[in-house]
Ligand binder design. Structure first.
Ligand code: NAI
Ligand code: 15L
Length: 266
């Protein structure tokens, strides 16, 4: 690619992706609502609130691919989520439609299905069960991607990320962990494959106790290689959780117990 846009570039996954995926394009346009320092030689930084339509249109212009990581990434007030994840996704897809439809990776979340019990194995075609406004906003983003694909042929990899961190840090993450290496190999493949369409992809490593079935993706040429079992000993040293705790019962873990808040302040 000539130019790849990475939104959410100041965030945890964004910082990692900038370092590890800079080879994907001659130039990386990075964007966030907060400063992104330090900025590498091949990066062009643009501060942008995703809720601001005109700025998002300028941001997307002349990009050949988009890694959309920006937005509210945990349960917060409806007002904050609505601005970044509802209006923000609308702005991004409209901007892409008017700028030659660059291929998009949409960072969706396991919180689209958070209210499934941990005992249920899921395929990507099962109904969503979001666990809060954050999860609902990601269901909305997935629906936007699917509608733009059906109506305009816009290609998106909808990646329902489990827990994308350096290593698993609690018992639930033994099932949900998505290693940085597996994440990056997936993004490389998404931008390399000749035809993408608009698949839902479970963003998780090959964890032995995983809950999600990616067997519909044989054509993609990607399979996760890491396994949370590498960290089994240190996770087993953590205190046991009560059998009725939300993070023991539900796939969405503690998000299922978060309050529903309206105010812009939280
Ligand atoms: P993060 O919270 O560290 O990064 C998100 C970035 O978006 C932040 O730098 C924030 O400043 C920016 N942002 C927030 N509101 C914005 C707005 N209105 N306009 C522009 N930028 C805004 O999140 P993280 O962990 O890096 O996740 C990246 C993406 O992946 C998020 O969309 C998140 O929902 C999704 N995801 C991440 C998971 C994980 O395990 N890290 C799991 C599931 C989904
Ligand atoms: C998410 O969607 C969040 O963005 C991330 O911070 C984690 O909480 C992750 O889900 C998770 O469920 O572990």
């Amino acid at each position: 690619m000539k130019r790849l846009l990475i939104t959410g570039a100041a965030g945890g996954v964004g910082k990692m992706a900038r370092k590890r995926l800079s080879h994907l394009a001659q130039s990386i346009r990075i964007s966030d609502i907060v400063p992104m320092d330090p900025i590498a030689d091949n990066e062009e930084a643009i501060i942008c609130d995703l809720a601001d339509e005109a700025t998002v249109h300028a941001l997307v212009k002349d990009c050949d691919g988009i890694l959309h990581l920006g937005g509210v990434s945990v349960e917060k007030s409806y007002d904050l989520i609505e601005a970044a994840n509802i209006r923000g996704v609308h702005n991004l897809y409209e901007a892409a439609r008017m700028s030659g439809q660059p291929r998009i990776v949409f960072a969706s979340s396991n919180h689209t299905i958070g209210f499934y019990p941990q005992t249920t194995r899921l395929t990507a075609d099962m109904p969503t069960r979001p666990d809060g406004w954050y999860g609902i906003s990601k269901v909305y983003g997935e629906a936007v991607a699917q509608m733009y694909h059906a109506k305009f042929g816009q290609e998106t990899a909808i990646v329902r990320i489990g827990s994308c961190f350096e290593r698993p840090v609690d018992r639930r993450m033994m099932a949900t962990w998505f290693s940085y290496d597996d994440f990056c190999r997936l993004i490389e493949r998404v931008f390399a494959v000749p035809a993408l369409g608009c698949p839902i992809i479970w963003g998780a490593s090959a964890n032995s106790g995983g809950w999600w079935d990616n067997s519909h993706l044989d054509w993609l040429g990607w399979a996760p290689e890491d396994n949370s079992e590498t960290y089994r000993d240190e996770i087993e040293r953590l205190p046991q959780r009560p059998a009725d705790a939300p993070d023991v019962l539900w796939q969405g873990g503690m998000f299922t117990a978060d309050p529903v808040v309206k105010s812009k302040d939280c």
